[in-house]
Ligand binder design. Structure first.
Ligand SMILES: [Zn+2]
Length: 477
């Protein structure tokens, strides 16, 4: 967006000249948000303290800025078992003595279809959230995934009837190698759920560490998120690592910038729980040597998240509504003139074997100075398979990595998804889903801090002034 149009937009917001426009509503919401600063409702995960006694953990709830505890069973903790052993009355009075409450029970072993007794237990204790995982086929995409999610939601019906009766929300955590793993699976679960008592426990750890994907997901799930784990991938939690590397899962320690995520949460006025989280190796141990050290570490992350929220407030005061809450995001490109391009309904361009290897089978062409790596002419890069406009030459930069690199895409042209390696972010053409390459953030190569690393063979360069071939939308067979 150009400064001039930004100014116009602000003037419209201030004067209300646009009448009851969306922009005006948005500005009112922003004013309302300013009046009451957005805050996170912290929940303390008992397993952060391993198998420590509940009597020792409960005083830490208020010390970590939390108002409730999430009790975990073995193997991560054993506080659910402890609660059973204490008996409901003793556990309740222990909660009361520490002026806290039971906010959540994590119950993976029981699974989504085995929670009836647990929901009744939760109700008696005044607990409103149970986290578990989904059950169903794995590794699906597209319509197959949607159908599997629909089947799962259908099977949840009788269990959700009990949830409604008990006033309990069943929150399904996204997890690696699970039906509910990808952003699509979560969006569909929310879309197809038979009851609002089925929600999401969102774990960024298990998703691409990409702030655009994560914040878009938060915005689209909205307040169907019951629990947000303030937890990043770091260097993983499956292998024994030196403690400093293991702690990279904690907010503020690893590389994930939580500010855009919090911006999205602020936008939706997120009102669910936030649990600062990590897994130690092996499970069942406190994340650090003593109860006091664990609490200090959680508070370190909490300070980091507070600083992120504070930076958002400062940005929204100085930048105005359009850029507020999307500091790492993409600029709005509606003011940029896109060359005119016709659309036709036809079969896609035929691909030779080398092109098909990269575009259809996620191959990678060798690094080097060939292809478009060194091309600097003004113009547009389009999709080899469908001619969609992907990148402008203006956004190309020299990364010295051996592949053409761009720090921005043409609005809506590129779709991000989790690579089959489960960690990198693959980029595909939004129109034909042809493979382009990968996108990386946080390398600080350009001001936008983003690098689309694209195979030359996935694109075709159209020099400025040359006519663009028509974009092909596949005709239905
Ligand atoms: Zn395409």
């Amino acid at each position: 967006m150009t400064p001039a149009s930004e100014l116009n937009r602000r003037q419209a917001l201030v004067s209300g000249a646009a009448g009851i426009s969306l922009a005006a509503v948005a500005s009112q919401q922003l004013l309302a948000q300013d009046a009451q600063p957005f805050q996170l409702n912290y929940l303390l995960g008992s397993c952060m303290y391993g198998y420590t006694d509940l009597a020792e953990i409960l005083p830490e709830v208020s010390k970590t800025g939390a108002t409730a505890i999430d009790i975990w069973p073995k193997v991560h903790g054993n506080q659910r078992e402890q609660a059973a052993e204490l008996g409901e009355n003793t556990f309740t009075s222990l909660l009361r003595q520490n002026q806290t409450s039971l906010g959540c029970i994590t119950q993976y072993q029981l699974g989504p279809f085995g929670l009836q007794d647990e929901m009744r237990f939760a109700k008696r204790l005044g607990c409103k959230t149970i986290v578990t995982g989904a059950v169903g086929p794995k590794g699906l995409t597209g319509q197959d995934l949607k159908t599997a999610v629909r089947n799962f939601a259908e099977k949840m019906k009788p269990h959700l009837a009990v949830a409604e009766e008990s006033g309990v929300t069943i929150a399904i955590e996204n997890h690696g190698n699970n039906l509910i793993e990808s952003p699509d699976s979560m969006k569909w679960l929310v879309e197809l759920r038979p009851s609002e008592n089925l929600q999401i426990a969102l774990a960024p750890y298990h998703l691409p560490q990409d702030t655009v994907i994560l914040s878009d997901l938060i915005r689209s799930l909205g307040n169907s998120i019951a629990v947000f784990y303030a937890w990043q991938y770091g260097m993983g939690c499956m292998e024994k690592l030196p403690k400093t590397r293991e702690l990279l899962q904690m907010p503020g320690r690893g590389r994930l910038n939580f500010t855009p995520l919090l911006a999205a949460m602020k936008d939706i006025q997120y009102s669910g729980w936030t649990e600062i989280f990590m897994h130690p190796v092996p499970r069942g141990l406190p994340i650090l040597g003593s109860t006091a050290a664990v609490t200090t570490e959680i508070n370190r992350s909490r300070s980091y998240l507070s600083a992120c929220l504070k930076s958002l407030d400062e940005q929204s005061n100085s930048n105005g509504p359009q850029t507020a809450g999307n500091p790492g995001g993409k600029r709005n490109m509606t003011d940029d003139k896109k060359p005119i391009q016709k659309t036709i309904f036809d079969d896609y361009n035929k691909l030779n074997p080398r092109e098909a290897y990269v575009i259809l089978h996620q191959g990678t062409e060798p690094a080097g100075l060939g292809g478009y790596t060194m091309t600097k002419d003004p113009g547009t890069y389009i999709c080899r398979q469908c001619n969609s406009q992907l990148y402008k030459a203006d956004d190309k930069f020299e990364s010295h990595c051996g592949w053409p690199s761009f720090d921005d895409e043409i609005d809506g042209a590129v779709t991000r998804r989790v690579d089959s390696d489960g960690y990198r972010v693959e980029i595909v053409c939004s129109n034909c889903k042809g493979h382009l390459g990968h996108v990386f953030k946080g390398e600080r190569m350009t001001a936008k801090n983003t690098r689309h690393c694209v195979n030359s063979i996935s694109m075709k360069f159209i020099k400025k002034g040359q006519e663009l071939p028509p974009k092909i939308v596949k005709k239905k067979n």
